[in-house]
Design a binder for this molecule. Structure first.
Ligand code: PGA
Length: 227
């Protein structure tokens, strides 16, 4: 398999001070991290409008110029998460502006319980595949909405099933090259103690980590292959 593993911290509005953020970043910089894993920390979603003279928004071009490595779109912890621009216009704007994207997809509990998981995920992917080019290198994060920040974790077989479904969908809707090359990562209450089991699944190319990315255990999650 040629895909490089990918682990992203999702700091959200944490930590509260620059001093605390520095401690976390210094610890990460000092740690011996698996060189086969791409590691990023990202928090900022761009404006849904591209460039406009809007107060309080930031454009994809500004983020790209600032060297932001990835933007997270579609995350269930975004304000207006359900608004269609989060999975439709924002990915296109970001990709057009050469801003790499982590797109989160995942079902709410009701849909999981009604057996509608893949339908919900496919609905979110449909807009993406119309704007994605072979060279875009998007990362897709499968994040069941009911597992984010709740301490509830999908069982590994559930996650592998949805990841395999997403890969199959990309293959049919775009190409086998995109399907083979796209990193599909899992998010939702990932910790140092549950990450090993997920990482044994063939289509789980590692993690999007919220709460645990602020703790020393983030290093163990990044280095899961070695532990
Ligand atoms: P969590 O957050 O790891 O705290 O569940 C994941 C996310 O929101 O991306």
């Amino acid at each position: 398999m040629s895909r490089q593993f990918f682990v992203s911290g999702n700091f959200k509005m944490n930590p509260i001070s620059r001093a605390q953020k520095k401690i976390i970043i210094n610890e990460l910089n000092a740690a011996d991290l698996d060189s086969n894993t791409e590691v990023v920390t990202v928090t900022i979603p761009p404006s849904p409008e591209g460039y406009r003279a809007y107060t309080g928004e930031i454009s994809p071009a500004q983020l790209a110029d600032a060297g932001v490595p990835y933007v997270i779109l579609g995350n269930a912890h975004l304000p207006n998460h359900a608004a269609p621009f989060n999975t439709t216009s924002k990915p296109k704007l970001a990709l057009d502006g050469s801003l790499p994207v982590i797109l989160c997809v995942g079902e709410p509990l009701q849909e999981r319980e009604a057996g509608q998981t893949t339908r919900a995920v496919e609905k979110e992917l449909r807009a993406l595949v119309t704007v994605l080019n072979e060279s875009d290198g998007i990362v897709i994060a499968y994040e069941p909405v009911w597992a984010i920040g709740t301490g509830k974790v999908a069982i590994t077989a559930q996650a592998q099933g949805v990841h395999a479904y997403i890969r199959q969908y990309l293959s049919t809707a775009i190409s086998t090259t995109v399907s083979d090359n796209t990193r599909i990562i899992y998010g939702g209450s990932v910790t140092a103690s549950n990450c090993k089991e997920f990482s044994s699944q063939i289509d789980v190319d590692r993690f999007l980590v919220g709460g645990a990315s602020l703790k020393p255990e983030f290093v163990d999650i990044i280095n899961v292959r070695r532990n």
